[in-house]
Design a protein around this ligand. Structure first.
Ligand code: COI
Length: 358
């Protein structure tokens, strides 16, 4: 579809000091290099370059700054004990990003070239992929509209870039039960909107509810649907699963939920383990009734940043519902261990999810 892009390299001559690997946080430090490429109507995608990490100069009238033409992805590079580095399902991230580009009236990009650039970038900055278990190099492909024009229309020029950040677990507490606030006052997305797209506005719009929940001691918000405020959508920056009786249930992808790659991986693993799986609408009433009658065995969130995050408590309309006595459950742990083993290269990869770098 596209001719393969030539990628030029400019190596940084001043390498940054590495952060303390035992205190990485999330998204605080950035590696020595980044990838950029440009798009305009005349040339299409062009000028693909790996450059020293640098700040941009951007016109104050750029479309992204006013009308939010911005999409991004999150994926990770993992280091095995022997030094081999792997990416996890990177092509799926680029497919999702291209789907998002269409929804946001932005140009699709050549995913093969982007993957080639991503691999070259990770290889160049491979000394930044941390060794500590649970840590990884978080990769953030991003596309923004750069046109200086205040009329409302899709931009005529775009910048695609990839930056990389060595990270620890997203929640400082690691794999441990979280307290989640079920949000009725605000909604994240509605059907027909952009809830399925990783676009900045979804995250900006989520901040107020999240901060209010955090002020009350909850780590994240569980979003309900935008019309009836009954159907469960997703939790914070992740998808959500309920283990009720012998069935693993997750909300179906209706357009207002992010089609998570970790979500899909969990569904695939569950099916391969002969666990009954349902992707279907689930109301908050159903989940809480299952909590009351004891059939809700576990609840957990899934995402690239959060991996598998057990939910120990749901708080809804002034009542707290402990799940699995507030403890992490065995199924969440099994997914967490299996996914990590595949991602870090410690286990076989029967679904061909790993992509070796170098
Ligand atoms: C991810 O899981 O990659 C995300 O995008 C979460 C991010 C908003 C921290």
């Amino acid at each position: 579809m596209w001719k393969d892009l030539d990628i030029s390299f400019e190596k940084s001559d001043t390498l940054k000091p590495k952060p303390d690997p035992t205190n990485l946080g999330f998204g605080v430090h950035f590696t020595d290099h980044m990838f950029v490429m440009k798009w305009d109507k005349e040339q299409g995608w062009h000028d693909a370059r790996i450059l020293p990490y640098h700040s941009f100069s951007i016109d104050p009238a750029a479309t992204v700054l006013h009308y939010g033409q911005a999409i991004f992805e999150g994926l990770k590079a993992y280091r095995k004990h022997d030094g081999q580095i792997y990416l996890f399902r990177p092509a799926d991230n680029f497919t999702r990003m291209n789907d998002g580009a269409v929804r946001m009236s932005m140009p699709r990009f050549p995913a093969d070239s982007a993957l080639k650039a991503l691999k070259a970038l990770v290889y160049l900055d491979r000394s930044w992929v941390p060794e500590e278990e649970g840590s990884s190099l978080y990769l953030r492909p991003t596309m923004i509209g750069t046109d200086p024009y205040l009329g409302l229309k899709p931009a005529d020029s775009y910048l695609f870039y990839i930056i990389m950040s060595p990270v620890a677990a997203y929640y400082a507490e690691g794999f441990s039960p979280t307290r989640i606030y079920v949000c009725k006052d605000y909604v994240r997305a509605v059907r027909g909107g952009v809830g399925a797209v990783k676009t900045g506005g979804n995250y900006g719009a989520a901040m107020l509810a999240t901060v209010e929940a955090q002020r009350q001691g909850y780590i994240q918000v569980l979003w309900l649907d935008g019309c009836e405020h009954r159907y469960i959508e997703e939790v914070g920056t992740s998808n959500i699963f309920f283990h009720i009786g012998d069935t693993l249930i997750t909300p179906a992808l209706t357009g207002s939920i992010l089609p998570g790659i970790t979500r899909d991986s969990v569904l695939t693993l569950a099916r391969s383990w002969d666990i009954e799986v349902e992707e279907r609408p689930i109301t908050i009433d159903e989940a809480l009734a299952a909590s009351r009658d004891g059939s809700l065995r576990e609840c957990f969130a899934t995402g690239t940043a959060a991996v598998i995050s057990p939910v120990g408590e749901l708080h809804y309309e002034d009542v707290s519902y402990p799940i699995n006595d507030g403890q992490s459950g065995p199924l969440a742990l099994r997914f967490y261990k299996e996914l990590q083993a595949i991602q870090y290269g410690w286990a076989d990869d029967p679904h061909n999810w790993r992509v070796a770098v170098g």
